[in-house]
Write a protein that binds this ligand. Structure first.
Ligand SMILES: [Ca+2]
Ligand SMILES: [Ca+2]
Length: 242
């Protein structure tokens, strides 16, 4: 049982990393066919609710989002969500894990232990800007932490909130963005704030995170999502629920 649980965690991480790809293409990736196929077989033995994968075209997914009023009172980011964690205890916290994952070139670190990223090359998806210093980047929660709190996270356990805050299981939850632009977003949803570039991708990411974490949408947000989705390619969304 213990082995199955460990394998399931690994499968989940692999699937999330390749969440845009179907199982077959995942199994063909990078010469790990046998290993992945074995892990997938093992995963069949875990309870169905643990591995729920949602799949629908963007416009269908948007219309299916459950609506309720956003209740933002009582929010305390540090107390309720904590800070960047080093979940896998390799000395790199979530901020640096995201910087490493999104880097387009070799990285340099502030110390020989490689705990904190110093320089590299990143292209921020909201504005297509090129960055070479980590100091000009912030890690954005696609669905802002305060917005998540008001959309259902207030009812979660502390552990689930910390997991959301540090979600490395789906690359759509967190991304490195230009610091000033990230600051300008604050806790606003697509009804009030949109990035200057790659808006259709942003809408897909927003909807995927709402589905992954079972968060609700307020009516103004849903109207905006429907409006944007109707003018964007009706791409297939595949989301592993957290
Ligand atoms: Ca780490
Ligand atoms: Ca909202």
């Amino acid at each position: 049982m213990k082995v199955r649980q460990i394998n399931y965690v690994r499968v989940k991480a692999l699937l999330a990393l390749k969440s845009a790809k179907p199982f077959v293409s995942l199994a063909r990736t990078a010469g790990v066919t046998g290993v992945v196929a074995g892990l997938l077989l093992t995963s069949l033995s875990v309870p169905a609710e643990a591995a729920t994968v949602y799949k629908a075209p963007l416009r269908t997914a948007v219309r299916a989002l459950a609506v309720s009023a956003e209740v933002n009172t009582g929010f305390d980011r540090d107390r309720q969500f904590g800070d960047w964690k080093d979940t896998n205890r390799d000395c790199q916290n979530t901020r640096h894990e995201v910087l490493i994952q999104e880097a387009r070139a070799a990285l340099s670190y502030t110390t020989s232990r490689r705990c904190t990223v110093s320089r590299g090359r990143w292209v921020t998806s909201w504005d297509n800007r090129i960055h070479t210093s980590a100091s000009t980047l912030q890690i954005d929660h696609t669905v802002p932490v305060h917005e998540a709190w008001g959309s259902g996270a207030r009812y979660w356990t502390q552990a689930r909130r910390v997991a959301f805050y540090n979600d490395m299981g789906d690359a759509r939850t967190l991304s490195a963005q230009t610091s000033a632009l990230n600051s300008s977003k604050q806790a606003r949803g697509p009804e009030a704030w949109m990035p200057p570039a790659n808006r259709c991708a942003y809408i897909g990411q927003w909807v995927a995170v709402k589905i992954r974490w079972g968060l609700r949408v307020d009516s103004a947000e849903k109207a905006a999502l429907i409006r944007y989705a109707n003018s964007c390619p009706n791409v297939m969304l595949t989301v592993t629920r957290a």
